[in-house]
Design a protein around this ligand. Structure first.
Ligand code: ATP
Ligand code: MG
Length: 583
């Protein structure tokens, strides 16, 4: 399928990433060409040595030739190793840049893209495909260019020796290349199937690893193992079939080379018999013949690699072409201070035909607190995501401080809106970095004053290394309550005008709950707040209450009014207990 990628695409790719490394690349070319020139020249010395030795030349002449041989062979190795070294460097620098670009690009893509893309496949793209390209940059280019030059060099040198030799070798090389290419095509499909089977396997493993806890607790271990077994057997079969073909190709290539070797020996022998060649030249011919094998084999291999690279290149280009649908607005700034929040007939669905929000409208005054209630799956978190512009509503408008959030840039918006999610993400890093998101501009003094304000000092002091304590991955080293408190600290450092609190549904111990209550009070002071509450305690501080059901607002009003109206849903909720109804 990738056979038709024009060479210019490869060239453009190369040019784009190599351009900033011109000097290194020139050095690479120089070393490569020198190494090849030496490879071509060294056998000439050997030939002379043989002929001189047979002619009974003086010892010192022979020694000079031997020393020259050793010195040049050493140089040739040196340049060869140097070229490989510089080549790897060029490739790593180029591909690291590409990885960076891809990662940045992917991080900016819409949440909907990430929801639809399996993380294993993303890793395979950003790592696997880029590694393919890295091979292209380092080995492929060197080896293709190097081998072509070597091949032409051998034929030219032989033609100088005797034009018939040049012609014979030229025809032989063409023939070999043609045949190898032809049989290699048989293997391409098998290789592709193998790679795809691998990708599925990794995607599966990644997903299951992420769900280890659930898999164990639901007793799905046996199912997962049998599925793994299935996937592995596909990998084994496809790999086997790819290898059979691979071996077939190599055997054929080997056989043809031997055949060519036999022809070369017979031809040389005949020429030697007729005194057209010296024995040194026979050696020379044979040596060049052996030298020819490698470029032929590698070139035909490289053509196949180019196709793999082509596939990788296409996948990466597809990824780069993926544009976020959620874009920066014209840059209308969102006002300072506490923000008004307005939902104006907002409709939203994640997938067509499954409306989550069917036309939500409400107005929240600046500095007020909205308590958002609704059953699980009613769309509370979704509303928060819309406010944060992680997704975009299909119709209607959301305004903050009278600015449509689509008119602000994402950075402007996210500076003014802060969200504490239901499960706080922690990084395997120090507490300090977890709080500041690796922003070194935030001083420890400022950090400590926020920590003090949120009454977290005691907790921090209980940690072995204070701010330098390293959290373990997945945040398993912190309780849900502690993680929430950390998230509050993050928000305090940013001073937003709207705080959205998506409360964790897990229950907290009373001491932590108290701490959180007090922290929330401080957090919401002078700010507008939206609290998605799962506990009655949290909701009691709300000024307004909004109850979501089946994508609609079924109740919206002043908390104290609703609480004293026996006909209101909120009144009933308080009677039956929020936990039972909403948890
Ligand atoms: P909870 O109280 O359990 O946190 P919630 O009110 O926050 O529930 P949402 O997370 O907003 O509910 O989900 C609302 C609906 O949207 C659910 O039916 C859910 O299955 C669906 N949903 C949520 N996230 C996505 C997504 N990324 N892609 C598709 N559907 C989604
Ligand atoms: Mg939720």
């Amino acid at each position: 399928m990738n056979k038709n990628i024009p060479l210019s695409r490869y060239y453009n790719l190369l040019a784009e990433y190599i351009a900033p490394q011109k000097t290194r690349f020139s050095l690479l070319a120089l070393m490569l060409l020198t190494s090849i020139a030496l490879q071509l020249f060294i056998p000439q010395i050997t030939r002379r040595f043989i002929d001189q030795a047979l002619a009974g030349e003086a010892m010192d002449v022979l020694i000079t030739a031997a020393v020259a041989f050793i010195a040049l062979a050493f140089l040739q190795q040196l340049f060869g190793v140097g070229a490989a070294y510089v080549g790897e460097n060029v490739a790593w620098l180029a591909t690291n840049r590409l990885r960076e670009r891809l990662t940045k690009h992917s991080l900016n893509l819409d949440m909907s893209f990430h929801n639809d893309t399996n993380p294993g496949a993303m890793i395979e793209r950003i790592d696997g495909d880029v590694t393919q390209l890295s091979n292209f940059f380092s080995q492929l280019v060197i080896s293709i260019v190097g081998n072509i030059v070597l091949l032409i060099g051998i034929i030219v040198v032989l033609t100088i020796e005797d034009w018939r030799l040049g012609l014979a070798f030229g025809i032989f090389a063409m023939l070999m290349l043609g045949v190898l290419n032809w049989i290699r095509n048989i293997a391409v499909e098998a290789q592709k199937a193998w790679r795809e089977a691998n990708m599925t396997l990794f995607g599966f493993i990644e997903e299951r690893l992420a769900g280890t806890e659930d898999i164990r607790s639901s007793g799905a271990v046996d199912y997962v193992l049998s599925k793994l077994d299935q996937l592995q057997s596909v990998v084994r079969k496809t790999q086997q079939s790819a290898w059979y073909r691979f071996i077939a190709i190599h055997t054929t290539a080997g056989f043809m080379m031997r055949l060519g070797g036999a022809v070369a020996i017979i031809a040389s022998w005949l020429l030697f018999q007729n005194e057209l060649l010296t024995i040194g030249t026979v050696y020379l011919v044979f040596h060049y013949y052996n030298l020819l094998g490698r470029p032929i084999r590698e070139l035909s291999q490289q053509v196949e690699n180019l196709q793999t690279v082509g596939a990788s290149m296409e996948r990466l280009e597809d990824l780069l072409a993926e544009a976020p649908k959620i874009k920066d607005g014209i840059g209308t700034p969102i006002p300072e201070g506490a923000l008004t929040v307005q939902f104006d007939d907002v409709q939203f669905t994640y997938k067509a035909d499954e409306p989550i929000l069917k036309g939500i409208s409400f107005d929240l005054q600046a500095g007020q607190i909205l308590g958002l209630l609704g059953r699980t799956g009613s769309g509370k978190t979704t509303m928060a995501r819309l406010l944060f512009h992680l997704y975009e509503q299909q119709s209607g408008a959301i305004r903050l401080g009278d600015v449509d959030i689509r008119d602000a840039t994402l950075t402007q918006l996210r500076q003014r809106v802060a969200m504490v999610t239901q499960d706080v993400q922690l990084f395997e890093a120090t507490i300090r970095d977890n709080l500041t998101f690796f922003n070194r501009d935030i001083s420890d003094d400022r950090l400590m004053s926020v920590i003090q304000e949120l009454e977290l000092k005691e907790w921090l002091d209980s940690l072995p290394d204070g701010l330098d304590t390293v959290l373990e991955t997945g945040g398993r080293s912190l309780s849900a309550g502690e993680a929430q408190l950390l998230a509050f600290t993050r928000i305090f450092l940013r001073d937003p005008g709207l705080v959205i609190l998506d409360e964790a549904s897990s229950r907290l111990d009373p001491a932590t709950e108290q701490l959180i209550e007090r922290a929330i009070n401080r957090l919401l002071k002078g700010r507008t707040g939206i609290i998605i509450a799962h506990r009655l305690g949290t909701i009691e501080r709300a000024d307004q209450i909004l109850i979501l059901q089946d994508g609609d607002v079924i109740e919206y009003g002043n908390r104290t009014d609703l609480a004293s109206d026996p006909n209101s849903r909120f009144y009933q909720l308080r009677q039956t207990g929020l936990e039972e109804v909403l948890a």
